[in-house]
Ligand binder design. Structure first.
Ligand SMILES: Nc1ncnc2c1ncn2[C@@H]1O[C@H](COP(=O)(O)OP(=O)(O)OP(=O)(O)O)[C@@H](O)[C@H]1O
Ligand SMILES: [Mg+2]
Length: 226
């Protein structure tokens, strides 16, 4: 059994893409996989199938029902804002201790592989005092850091890596998911990140439309869940 937390340098970078891709590979290898997206903002019940929670459920072969959504994403908010702001719009909040307990229970109950997708980037606020970084520190899980290949990603990636490492978080790999329309060359960007991120594995994912089995993600899945 191995649990991995999937975080990123920002929103819309590729966390769900990577989480679903790993889950798909693991399932293709006959592994039992669970996935959580505990906190989701910009959630629209009418379009639940295309939400992160809906896509993860579909990848796991589960139906997108209210019960299943509540099961993997207990904290869902309508506004497409940071979770603290989105929750405030609904006069709600995220109880940080409850969030950590929810994840710990899922970790305890995981039969085999468990993937937990964070939200936004590494320091998105969850409430008045806590960010995703505090959440990752509390869970003490190894993380995958998903980044893009856009111009500017090198600094964003290395800054995020430095911050998480300073908080004692184990980074299993940096996954560079090619940014649509990026003008910066993917391989050279990866080489540069690798040069500064010594000791951290760097995986590159070319853009592929549709739910393909990425050979790179498949290799990563096999390495993480041998
Ligand atoms: N390598 C890739 N090939 C093709 N499409 C990709 C790739 N990486 C990301 N995408 C697409 O880019 C969009 C954003 O990716 P994704 O939803 O995984 O980001 P995210 O980090 O999970 O965002 P959020 O912060 O909303 O959770 C999605 O439409 C996704 O399918
Ligand atoms: Mg996502």
């Amino acid at each position: 059994m191995k649990v991995v937390f999937v975080t990123a340098t920002g929103t819309d970078i590729g966390k769900t893409y990577v989480t679903a891709g790993l889950a798909r590979s693991l399932r293709a290898h006959g592994r039992s996989v669970a996935a959580l997206k505990p906190v989701a903002s910009g959630f629209d019940r009418a379009a639940a199938e295309s939400s992160d929670s809906g896509m993860l459920l579909a990848t796991l072969g589960r139906n997108v029902t209210d019960a299943a959504l509540a099961d993997i994403s207990p904290w869902r908010f309508a506004a497409p804002l940071s979770p603290d702001m989105a929750a405030r719009r609904e006069r709600r909040g995220i109880d940080f201790a409850a969030l950590v307990t929810f994840c710990r229970k899922a970790i305890e109950n995981a039969a085999d592989a468990l993937l937990i997708e964070g939200i936004g980037g590494i320091m998105v606020p969850l409430d008045e005092r806590h960010t995703v970084l505090d959440w990752m520190v509390a869970l003490r899980l190894p993380v995958l850091l998903v980044t893009g290949s856009y111009l500017g990603t090198i600094s964003h990636t290395l800054s995020a890596l430095d911050v998480v490492k300073r908080r004692g978080i184990d980074v299993l790999a940096i996954v560079i998911s090619e940014t649509s329309g990026s003008t910066a060359p993917l391989a050279e960007t990866a080489d540069t990140i690798l040069r500064f991120a010594t000791g951290t594995e760097v995986v590159t994912l070319k853009r592929h439309e549709g739910p393909v089995l990425h050979p790179e993600l498949d290799r990563l899945a096999r390495r993480l869940w041998p």
